[in-house]
Design a protein around this ligand. Structure first.
Ligand code: NAD
Length: 271
């Protein structure tokens, strides 16, 4: 896809799962990738996968909740490859548990990583993308509908969905040339599920987990079992299947698409 050749793309949460797949797919199509994460070991693995395939990549350690670091990331990206024109706000966590299992600290942590980061990244991008660009915010089907045991996660992803729309309208009206879209994956086979399941078993007993998750299929203890029960396609999605949509939104092929929510969920929300 020549429409992304040479573009500088910052991808957060690129040490694992969907972020890593975005790094691989965008680099495959000729983008210069700036991959960031708190996990520096995972970043090294992503770097090797991309550069072994002949892609251009630089990695930076970044906690997306740290306001000051955002400016450094854009400065480093510009010095290494030139002005960024793609930002994928992908880093995220899923803190599972019933509302009564949640502390205010848990709630604030969920919002900081999933929502504050998207605001900080978008603001930095709007300051830096002098010739326009594309911001892609990874939300979730959990940002479109509710789920028991996921109130904070749903709230955070719903906020990403509407922030995206507001930012898209603002960017268009201000003539910035920046498009802003959200992507809503369904059940994708990445480590986030195991982290979330582990946390749930730490704060809740088995009976409570079953009661909370019985109707969603999420009482199964691995991602394939959850997907086979709740996805019409009967399987979990692969991170690359999300990354191909991100590639389209990052490229000039989507030049008139902004402020929209793009679902990639194997028909899960279609019923
Ligand atoms: P993952 O756990 O494999 O990857 C998330 C990455 O974010 C990790 O590398 C982690 O180190 C990084 N991260 C976490 N906190 C960070 C912080 N403060 N600063 C920088 N990096 C941080 O999970 P994934 O499934 O690839 O998730 C990527 C995004 O996709 C998340 O926003 C997630 O909510 C969203 N999503 C995932 C699914 C799914 O089923 N896997 C579904 C819908 C949405």
């Amino acid at each position: 896809m020549a429409q992304i050749e040479g573009k500088v793309a910052i991808i957060t949460g690129a040490a694992s799962g969907i972020g890593r797949a975005c790094a691989i797919v965008l680099a495959r199509e000729g983008a210069c990738v700036v991959a960031t994460d708190v996990d520096s070991k995972g970043l090294r693995d992503t770097e090797k996968l991309v550069s072994d395939a002949g892609g251009k990549i630089v990695t930076l350690t970044q906690d997306v909740t740290d306001e000051a670091v955002w400016e450094e990331v854009f400065t480093e990206a510009t010095e290494t490859f030139g002005t960024p024109s793609v930002l994928v706000n992908n880093a995220g966590i899923a803190i599972a548990g019933g509302i009564t299992d949640f502390t205010l600290d848990d709630w604030r942590r969920q919002m900081a990583v999933n929502v504050d980061s998207v605001f900080l990244g978008t603001r930095a991008a709007m300051n830096a993308m002098s010739s326009g660009g594309s911001i892609i915010n990874i939300s979730s089907v959990a940002g479109l509908r509710g789920a028991a045991g996921a109130s904070a996660y749903c709230t955070s992803k719903g906020a990403v969905r509407l922030f995206t729309k507001a930012a898209a309208v603002e960017c268009a009206q201000m003539g910035t040339g920046i498009r802003v879209n959200s992507v809503h994956p369904g059940i994708i086979d990445t480590p986030i599920w195991q982290k979330s399941i582990t946390r749930m078993t730490e704060v809740m007993d088995e009976e409570r987990i079953s009661a909370l998750t019985a109707h969603s299929g999420a009482n199964q203890m691995d991602v394939e079992a959850i997907a086979s029960q709740s996805s019409p396609m009967g399987r979990a999605g692969r991170p690359e299947e999300v990354a191909e949509l991100v590639l389209f939104l990052a490229s000039d092929a989507s030049s008139y698409i902004s402020g929209q929510e793009h679902v990639v969920d194997g028909a899960m929300t279609a019923r």
